[in-house]
Design a protein around this ligand. Structure first.
Ligand SMILES: NC(=O)c1ccc[n+]([C@@H]2O[C@H](COP(=O)([O-])OP(=O)(O)OC[C@H]3O[C@@H](n4cnc5c(N)ncnc54)[C@H](OP(=O)(O)O)[C@@H]3O)[C@@H](O)[C@H]2O)c1
Length: 262
């Protein structure tokens, strides 16, 4: 084994570096997307951060030396503007992380409106697909790239007490999209994977973690006796977007403390 020092990391660690890469992270104004944007930047990538809240994006972009791109990803025209803006501002992107998402229609399945179902699919499934289409030519021309969708354990299993049928359908749809794009684009060395988180503290789960009863329910249903932290999903995204994950494509990686293993 070769010697290593902090100045010269072993090859295994160097494979996680993203120096010189341009990355797009959607949903970066809070929660998982923000953690992922910070993680990719710390590994050397120049990161374009995308969401609706431009003030937050501006601050984050300043801190990580990236680019803020304000866009409502529920709007097809605004989705179409994202990749050209990044290519012009930072250069051709070779990493795309689709983390923007929301549970827009938290009604019982039998009561979900057509509008709620469509808005959920547009944001959680159609926008990631369209962004993947838009980055593909840049990745092909660069000789490769990595796309990671952030889905959910919802869809893989039902979650009792929190109705989310269209959300679940949109999230499991990302896994189907992942396998198909991975196979179609493998010959261009464009890899496509999905990370499916369990419950992590963020704006959408804040109430669950704050309320004593739901907190106990989360603990009861999570075999590992610890809370997940940003490091737990950032590590997976770094692996999948860097050379460390160069032989991995078409997969859905579940990070849930064992929730779905029961
Ligand atoms: N936290 C969890 O336990 C958990 C579990 C499983 C899956 N997930 C998934 O992880 C991803 C991030 O969620 P989070 O927990 O970090 O929640 P969050 O803190 O609410 O973050 C959601 C992000 O999506 C962005 N977003 C929402 N609607 C958008 C729109 N129309 N256009 C553009 N951006 C939009 C939000 O930014 P703006 O409001 O500024 O637009 C925000 O940056 C989501 O896809 C979620 O489904 C989270």
């Amino acid at each position: 084994m070769s010697e290593s020092s902090p100045e010269s990391p072993p090859d295994a660690l160097r494979a996680f570096r993203l120096d010189g890469r341009v990355a797009i992270v959607t949903g970066a104004s809070s929660g998982l997307g923000e953690g992922i944007a910070r993680g990719l930047a710390s590994a050397g990538a120049r990161v374009a951060v995308v969401a609706r809240r431009r003030d937050r994006l501006g601050k984050l972009a300043e801190q990580i030396g990236g680019l803020a791109v304000g866009a409502d990803l529920g709007d097809a025209d605004q989705v179409a503007g994202v990749v050209p803006a990044v290519a012009e501002g930072l250069g051709p992107p070779t990493i795309l992380v689709n983390a923007a998402g929301a549970l827009l229609s938290p009604d019982k399945a039998e009561d979900e409106s057509l509008d709620g179902i469509r808005r959920t699919l547009d944001l959680n499934l159609v926008a990631p697909f369209r962004l993947a289409q838009d980055v593909f030519p840049h990745m092909r021309d660069a000789g490769g790239g990595a796309i990671v969708h952030i889905s959910s354990i919802s869809g893989r299993v039902g979650i009792p007490g929190i109705p989310q049928a269209s959300y679940a359908a949109s999230k499991l749809g990302l896994s189907g999209l992942t396998s198909e794009l991975a196979v179609q684009w493998a010959r261009h060395r464009v890899r496509v994977n999905t990370v499916a988180p369990g419950f992590f503290r963020s704006e959408i789960t804040e109430d669950l973690f704050e309320n004593e009863r739901s907190r106990a329910w989360l603990s009861r249903n999570t075999p590992l006796p610890i809370d997940g932290t940003p490091a737990d999903y950032v590590g997976a995204v770094l692996w999948l977007t860097s050379e460390a994950g160069r032989y991995v494509t078409g997969q859905t990686i579940v990070i849930d403390g064992g929730w779905t293993a029961r």
